[in-house]
Design a protein around this ligand. Structure first.
Ligand SMILES: [Zn+2]
Length: 266
């Protein structure tokens, strides 16, 4: 290959790279790429504890998220929490710098967070989540030692509502098993929540078809903001009709590699 061909090849390479999300591409920053194929720069760490929440594993280095995700979580937890109640336990978010996180397909761009459910005792006293325990259609879960806890539908709905009405970020998905989605929606209807809010919840609460059913935690994924989209963040479909038009900036990118609903949810 002569010198001119080399230069041309280098030039083509540079042009090609400019369209691929990469931490090395100038101008791209923050949440770059899609949750299952991306990285994270300029992250913020979720504090070990705060009003109404604490980390499930305080020592873990998997608590890096976008500033918007961290604020969405901390604000939602504070809104749900009432004096004397146990906090929301937060599981993995992303590694510093994002990228692959063992045990997960997604969680690569600081926009995914695993949130343990709120529970009560079988007789209705709020208790801290005993970890990742599988909740059945009757709302009960067996924890270590044969102790039973009950899915706290009221508080879990308050969390879903706080996330859906967040002024910081727009949730794209809250992955959860179908039978718990049913409990939450029934409760919301019965409590007289606005129909538009329940309709949003009906769309966003979703049992993924290609990963764990999420019967032991919620998995929150937030969409890119308009600014983040310009800096390399890829929300991907679906773009919910209640979102502003500007969020469709990534139409072209996603048309090429559309993923099935709920793909890489874990
Ligand atoms: Zn997850």
């Amino acid at each position: 290959m002569n010198k001119a061909t080399w230069l041309l090849a280098l030039g083509l390479l540079a042009c090609g790279c400019a369209s691929i999300p990469s931490p090395l591409t100038p101008g791209f920053r923050g949440s770059i790429g899609s949750p299952a194929f991306g990285v994270l720069t300029l992250s913020e760490q979720l504090p070990e504890r705060g009003t109404g929440f604490r980390r499930l594993r305080p020592w873990s280095k998997r608590y890096h998220g976008t500033p918007a995700l961290v604020r969405t979580l901390t604000e939602a937890a504070a809104r749900v929490w009432q004096e004397g109640e146990p906090p929301l336990l937060v599981g993995d978010i992303s590694a510093q710098g994002g990228g692959p996180l063992p045990g997960h397909h997604s969680h690569r761009t600081g926009r995914d967070a695993d949130l343990l459910f709120y529970y009560t005792t079988p007789s209705g006293v709020p208790v801290e989540a005993p970890g990742f325990v599988r909740v059945g259609p009757d709302g009960l879960a067996e924890a270590e030692g044969g102790v039973f806890v009950r899915f706290d539908t009221a508080r879990n709905w308050r969390l879903v509502r706080a996330l859906l009405t967040s002024e910081v970020a727009r949730p794209q998905w809250i992955f959860v098993v179908a039978h718990l989605k049913g409990l939450l929606l029934e409760y919301a209807f019965a409590s007289g929540e606005p129909a538009s809010l329940v309709w949003q919840a009906e769309n966003i609460l979703h049992q993924p078809s290609d990963s764990s059913p999420h019967d032991d935690h919620f998995h929150l994924r937030i969409a890119c903001s308009e600014e983040e989209s310009l800096a390399g963040c890829v929300t991907g479909p679906p773009w919910w009709p209640w979102w502003p038009e500007e969020l469709r900036l990534n139409d072209e990118v996603d048309a090429e590699k559309e993923e099935p609903l709920g793909s890489y949810a874990k």
